[in-house]
Design a protein around this ligand. Sequence first.
Ligand SMILES: *Cc1c(COP(=O)(O)O)cnc(C)c1O
Length: 402
Amino acid sequence: MINMTSSKRYIELDSEYGAHNYHPIPVVITKAKGVWVHDPEGKKYLDCLSAYSAVNQGHLHPKIVEALENQLKRVALTSRAFHNDRMGLFLKHLLEICGEGFDMALPMNTGAEAVETALKMVRKWGYEEKGVKKDKAEIIVCENNFHGRTTTIVGFSTDPDAYTGFGPYTPGFKVIPYDNIEALEEAITPNTVAFMVEPIQGEAGVIVPAEGYLKKVREICSKNNVLMILDEIQTGFCRTGKMFCHQHEGIVPDVMTLGKALGGGLLPVSAVVSRKEIMKVFTPGVHGSTFGGFPLACAVGDAALDVLVNENLDERATTLGNLFLQKLKEIKHSRIKEVRGKGLLTAIELNEKARPFTQQLISKGILAKETHDYAIRFAPPLVIEKEDILWAANIIKEILES
Ligand SMILES: *Cc1c(COP(=O)(O)O)cnc(C)c1O
């Protein structure tokens, strides 16, 4: 082994041997616990990104680590060629948490795979149940969406970085403005099988739609026999103050894609949840994944769900998120364009480029990352303590006012 002691060396290795498909902040993380991460030089940072909300339960939560260790003593991977003794129990647990309106789940691994699964499902539903003619199915999505990085998904992205150079794109997608009910009504045709939308657009910079938007989307979808797919991969699992973001509006989508925090910060675990009458389009051999639903993931997912419930992380996100937003809104400075968010999914949008501000935050021990140049997202693990939230708010204020 090469003697590697400094952050600089690790960064050089990444740059030399890893494809340059990211432009990471130059911080190397070698150790983490709860809301804190450490670099090789021993500097400590408050994690305000939480791996894009995959670490809602905090880094290396002891209950989730214990579940993983216990499962490792039995069996990790079986493939779906056989049954295992974890998957059914895990999916039952997940559906109980999803609540009324969901009675069947399909486990995958990454978020993008869950989205792809949902897209395949609604197309097949369109042909078999709605009576759409072969290869005519249309799916409506929103501008500035983020649903993952596969060839089909980037084909309906409106971010040139995401789609340029990856054509030809999968046909059958229509893009409309976000938070715009009239545009949705106009875009629907007899061939429309689904509308897929994020309850809050996280990657676009924490764009919160007008109150009542999802409710109206629900009405329009129901009226037109169009399936409503909510991508709750980032907003789900207590991040916005409810178990799922759509619960703020008291509606139930037909299909939900889940991922990120479902893996408790340890493993990629994702799923599509829906109703039997829709999911029945998946028959043997029609769809699958070697790892999807593997026992280790199911054990981790079970524990990840338990932590969310047992530690009331929805209530924590509400209380601490409100406090944090209030503190951020108190900061008065011409550099700030807007402070917004829901629960502990928050962002500050500046009137200037955000990278220098991000760098100052990092030097003061707060790990955050800008999205789309001008906004910085703050989404710490939901297990954060009040004093740490106040500490962070104070540092943000100091830097913005300096
Ligand atoms: C992160 C994310 C995805 C993609 O998940 P991966 O695990 O990175 O494939 C999809 N949708 C939303 C809303 C996300 O935030």
